[in-house]
Design a protein around this ligand. Structure first.
Ligand code: FAD
Length: 320
């Protein structure tokens, strides 16, 4: 079922979350042990992130560097299929521009359709470590909006090239399309208004809903929603929440995701004597954020597990 249908049919605020495919070398049991405890809260859909290939440089015996391609977290589509098969819950694969050309994307969408997947979260993807700025693959997409347009076209029955293949009369595809939004703006955007301008374009191109980057101050989310609505963006906006779980994240999260952490939370975390206390503070903050969001009437709260389902479990237990 589509994410938007889940929202329309829901009688109360829903809970959903995002998982990462495990690092190469692990197996599906690791995913199930992340998911099992969270299933008691009946998530209507679960997102699975996509991680593109990276280049690493390995020093050879002669001292020269060899460039190698590695894929650390493969398996997004397989995990989606496993989730749907084991739990009967809708899985939402993330689909990115990076590393894909249009043909590869079309083939991936055909696979997803064959698997019975109804939703995709469409993203540009970040630049890989060896690149300073995002570089699209040859004949690929530079911005998420172009990928939204490709999915929308397929939803209308328009393949990249209809010349050589027999096509059924009615379109085979009907993906519900999610896109990313940034309450504190995307790191590359010159300002929030410019970012909102392009967010609106993604919605006009066919996006059905928005999931936000994580934030720690609900005021940022409420202001963002207000601005979106005043710009005429009417689709559901799903807030994304992540509890702090280590002191290191006070610096790593802002630099990686371009967000602010309120001073009150920073001070509390800095005072904490050990990781267990940091984790407790993060959970309490997450509960407080979630309660306020739920009371404000948001349709879904989306949690970033980032390989830490225990913290999410405690928050969701207090809220749902
Ligand atoms: P875009 O919408 O393309 O925007 C990128 C930047 O370009 C923005 O600054 C925007 O303002 C600007 N812009 C947009 N369109 C145009 C245009 N036409 N002309 C000029 N400027 C433009 N990354 C992964 O690799 N895998 C994942 O699974 C993943 N999941 C994510 C889930 C969520 C909920 C979020 C919020 C992010 C996720 N990301 C993921 C990270 C995401 O790929 C990065 O934040 C990326 O840098 C931007 O993606 P986007 O889809 O927002 O890009």
């Amino acid at each position: 079922m589509k994410v938007t249908e889940h929202i329309t049919k829901a009688k109360k605020s829903l809970f959903s979350f995002e998982i990462l495919p495990p690092i190469r070398g692990h197996d599906i049991k690791d995913i199930f042990s992340t998911l099992d405890p969270l299933m008691e809260f009946n998530p209507p859909f679960i997102d699975v992130t996509y991680h593109r290939e990276e280049f690493i440089y390995v020093e050879k015996e002669n001292g020269l560097l060899q460039r190698r391609k590695i894929s650390r977290r493969p398996g997004t589509v397989g995990i989606c299929a496993a989730i749907m098969n084991k739990y009967g819950v809708d899985a939402v694969p993330h689909l990115i521009c990076g590393g894909f050309n249009k043909q590869m994307t079309e083939n991936a969408l055909i696979d997803l359709n064959f698997l019975g997947i109804d939703n995709v979260l469409v993203l540009r993807g970040d630049s890989i470590k060896s690149e300073k700025f995002f570089i699209a693959k040859k004949n690929g997409h530079k911005y998420a909006i172009e990928l939204v347009k490709q999915v929308t076209n397929l939803n209308k029955g328009k393949y990249l090239d209809n010349t050589f293949f027999e096509q059924k009369k009615s379109p085979l595809f009907d993906f519900c399309i999610g896109v990313a939004g940034y309450p504190e703006k995307h790191l590359e955007a010159p300002n929030i208004d410019s970012d909102l301008f392009f967010l609106k374009k993604k919605v006009e191109a066919g996006a059905d809903y928005i999931v936000t980057q994580m934030f720690f101050d609900n005021k940022k989310f409420f202001t963002f929603v207000k601005k979106c609505r005043s710009e005429g963006i009417t689709v559901p906006i799903i807030p994304g929440i992540k509890p702090i779980s280590s002191k290191k994240q006070l610096n790593s999260l802002p630099s990686r995701f371009y967000l602010n952490i309120p001073n009150e939370l920073v001070k509390e975390v800095e005072k904490a004597k050990d990781k267990k206390i940091v984790s407790h503070i993060g959970i309490e903050w997450g509960i407080h954020q979630s309660k306020e969001l739920k009371n404000s009437g948001v349709e879904v709260i989306h949690y970033y597990t980032m390989d830490k389902p225990e913290n999410i479990y405690k928050i969701v237990q207090a809220i749902y």
